[in-house]
Design a protein around this ligand. Sequence first.
Ligand SMILES: C[S@@+](CC[C@H](N)C(=O)[O-])C[C@H]1O[C@@H](n2cnc3c(N)ncnc32)[C@H](O)[C@@H]1O
Length: 431
Amino acid sequence: MHAKDPPVNAEISLHSDVAALLGARIGFDAETLGPSFLEAVVERAVRESGAEDERSWWQAVEGGGRLWQQLVDLVVVSETWMFRDPAACEHLGRVLVQRRERAGRRPLRILSCPCSTGEEPYTVAITLLQAGLSPEDFAIDAVDVSARAVAQAEQGRIGRHSFRGGATPQPGFFEPDAGTSSWVVSPHARGSIRFKVGNLVSGDGLPRTDGFDLILCRNLLIYLLPQARVAVLERLAGMLRPDGLLIVGNAEAGVLVQAGFRIEGRPDWFAFHLPGPVRPLPPPPTTPASARATTERPAAVAYGGALQVRVDSMPPRRSASSQPSRLSLEQIRARADAGDTQAALTECRRYLDESPQSVAAYLLFAALHAASGDLAATQGSLRRALYVDPDCVEALMHLAAILSDRGDGSAANRLRARVARLAAAVEDSQS
Ligand SMILES: C[S@@+](CC[C@H](N)C(=O)[O-])C[C@H]1O[C@@H](n2cnc3c(N)ncnc32)[C@H](O)[C@@H]1O
């Protein structure tokens, strides 16, 4: 250690102070990405800040402003892509055309929060235009806490990496961005979207209305602390019209059921409405430290109750020939988020070799195969997840989406009916 290096305890305290501040202000659960991720973020943030030392960096971060925003931009997971859930898009078009007919002269109001770099609101706008609506028929507010992501979204430039799993830039909605491998969203598809920086936990920057017909809040709850999840759901409930619909990510359906939302439109697609106040969520099950060290914290584990993805109780099996797994699932996920899908696949395969009962690893394996366009392997991984845990909502929903995409609507509906039965069982047990 150099004479100028801060004592180890001071570093630990800085990291936990940063984690606590992120938790309080944006609801971020630092454990979802692992301690080494936060350490790397803090190191980079301090290095790039131009601050004299960690102490002055921390003071500036606490004060809000540029360095706080820079920290947020570094810590958030902005992973998103176009037409992320093709089956949901199809139904979204149909359902919103019907709602538009009932709405009279009023344009439909839609909130996409978090919108990340814009792929989600652009997907919704294009879906509605393709379904026959005109730009004046709807208005989309697109909000995210990351100023960097919102600035990128406003440019309407979509990278090649954002077209995955067979999605293509349709003519009429995209033009090639000269000299790059990106595409630019046409003015026609951009006109109804208003981008803004805003925070769903504190409420700062959010549109002040209770008039949204549809809110998409996909793939945020999985990164939040339990108390922040409740705050976000209460805020969203207050922004929805009484007949408004809320759509969350496949892995997040369980938490909505726990909070008292009801599934609407089953069996062939899932959105939620709220018949009463948001219910407090049950406390997350505690995982012994020994189990954490050997397994992982699957994104859905903090849901609690019957719809949760289970934490695997079996210790990793280590064969003589297999290499010890060096990466946790969080680290593998972070590697994939950084764009190295092939390395993430290799590490995940190794992980499963050692922990063949890991539902969370099969789900991650499926997501990685989906990202690399291998549909058969995606399905195979989801089926293995269901073999270990037949009630795994995330696997059921993903498999249903794939099956309906491939035209097997009745098989997809059978899986969704299974989810609906599980949801009803949870509702019964809570009423
Ligand atoms: C994984 S992306 C999801 C994007 C998109 N909804 C999707 O599913 O493709 C998560 C986004 O949540 C944003 N986020 C995190 N905390 C937030 C908060 N408190 N309020 C608003 N956005 C937040 C991040 O900046 C990030 O862009």
